[in-house]
Design a protein around this ligand. Structure first.
Ligand code: HAX
Length: 439
């Protein structure tokens, strides 16, 4: 058994026993109450699922196994002289709740290379699609196309015991993560670079190799991809893409089917597609104003125009966060460190000054601050990647790390089929009538 699987097995067995004991002793205690606002309002804040790999605090932002992003930069080991944390380290941490050694992540990086061979029909399926198919649709289809290789589906059809589900999920999770950069880079080169594909460089770590296959070998860009794929990896379990994967997987659909579902969810403009919307919005602003360095007053006018047209300001607001997203701040720090002067980056920083008071003045926006998507596009444009239709695929490659680690945990804990209760408005009215009878 490989070292990560071995460690995971031990940890999972211990948590499984602890969970059983907790449920036996306290299973009837109330964790939460639900208001009518929450029933109609997208279930905001209701505690109703287990997600072991990270937790989100409204004020502090994301913590991966208790560590903030700045703490991770200090504590996670690096490989290949990287100046930023590498996602291999984060994946190990999410799987085991332990900071890995340099040896651990070197092993993991090598293991993903061994598993990176993409089933050949995947490329054939992609080649059959019109070239202008949105990259996220190509990505979702490619993940479904790889499902024929699912260890979980194969072993289930052979009568696998329930106690082995986590093991088969682990194999699919590791294979899927290993393969995604190749598939995602293929989509980019197919859509935007005349189908001229770049072979992997096996001397590189996972994120750097992805950057290389995309066609960007600048050392700073490799570091950006390491940072990018680390900070986008997980955002607790309630976000739409993670929750979709969790729901689909709870039916014992395998990790490929679960992750394709997650990617369809990430493709919405209120979620992952916001990263393309942000840069599209900035490009349109620059076009309309006819200058590349608008003043804050000009930006404020453009923001007000966007709102007056009944649109949202992309990259701002969040369903949980109530402060600037630490993932936004991490990218700002990266830009301050690596980028001297860049008009689009400057615009992102001016937007950061201008938008929050305007959104606050509307009186209804719960979080006027930037989220992760407000900054990422400007960094990519700086290094020459201007094809913003592709940006959500980068997010999708990264998100696999958190979602796959979490699915290993849910299968190891034997979490059952998810099946919440829905009600009709007629039921609500009858329920309300009973409340007033009682009060
Ligand atoms: N611009 C304009 N209006 C906004 C807004 C924004 N950026 N953010 C919220 N609002 C509005 C909502 O549309 C809502 O208006 P109505 O009552 O008229 O419907 C009102 O303010 C209250 O919304 P909220 O409670 O503050 O926010 P929600 O939890 O409902 O929604 C969203 C959270 C992220 C969907 C929302 O802030 C938004 O649409 N933001 C812009 C899109 C975006 O950046 N999405 C990416 C989010 C992060 C992420 O998932 N990345 O992948």
């Amino acid at each position: 058994m490989d070292p990560l699987k071995h460690k995971f097995k031990e940890k999972a067995a211990a948590l499984f026993a602890e969970m059983k004991n907790l449920l036996k002793q306290h299973g009837n205690l109330k964790v939460d109450e639900v208001t009518l606002d929450q029933v109609y309002g997208g279930a905001r804040g209701i505690k109703m699922m287990i997600w072991e790999t990270s937790a989100l605090d409204a004020m502090e932002g994301i913590r991966f196994r208790g560590y903030s992003i700045p703490e991770l930069s200090e504590k996670l080991p690096t490989i290949n002289n990287s100046k930023e944390p590498v996602p291999e380290g984060l994946f190990w941490l999410m799987m085991t709740d332990e900071i890995p050694t340099a040896e651990d992540i070197t092993w993991l990086s090598e293991d993903w290379k061994r598993r990176a061979n993409v089933p050949s029909q995947t490329f054939k399926v992609l080649d059959a699609l019109p070239k202008d198919t949105h990259p996220m649709i190509q990505f979702s289809i490619a993940i479904n196309a790889m499902q024929s290789d699912s260890v979980f589906a194969q072993r289930y059809s052979e009568g696998m015991s329930k106690s082995e589900y986590w093991d088969a999920t682990y194999e699919d999770a590791m294979n899927l993560i290993a393969r995604l950069p190749r598939v995602a880079a293929y989509i980019y080169r197919r859509s935007f670079k005349n189908n001229s594909h770049i072979v992997p460089d096996n001397a590189l770590d996972w994120a750097a190799n992805y950057a290389h296959m995309l066609g960007y070998d600048d050392e700073d860009f490799l570091n950006l991809m390491r940072l990018y794929t680390t900070i986008h990896a997980d955002h607790e379990g309630g976000n739409a893409s993670a929750h979709t994967a969790y729901l689909v997987n709870s039916t014992l659909s395998d990790p490929y089917l679960s992750y394709a579902g997650a990617m369809n969810s990430l493709s919405g403009p209120l979620h992952g597609l916001a990263n393309q919307e942000v840069i599209k919005w900035i490009f349109e602003m620059v076009d309309e104003l006819g200058i590349t360095n608008p003043s804050k007053d000009q930006i404020a006018e453009y923001v007000k125009k966007t709102l007056s047209e009944g649109k949202v300001v992309p990259g701002y607001g969040h369903a949980v966060l109530r402060r600037p997203d630490p993932r936004f701040i991490a990218q700002k720090v990266f830009a301050e460190r690596y980028i001297q002067q860049d008009d689009i980056v400057e615009i992102v920083w001016k937007v950061f000054d201008v938008v929050p008071p305007i959104l606050e003045s509307l009186g209804k926006v719960k979080n006027p601050w930037p989220n992760v998507d407000a900054h990422s596009g400007a960094l990519l444009v700086h290094y020459g990647m201007k094809e913003y239709d592709y940006y959500t695929v980068l997010f999708g490659v990264s998100r696999a790390l958190g979602v796959m680690a979490a699915l290993c945990w849910t299968r190891a804990l034997g979490i059952p089929l998810e099946r919440p209760k829905s009600v009709t408005t007629t039921w609500i009215k009858q329920w309300l009538a009973k409340q007033s009878v009682i009060s």
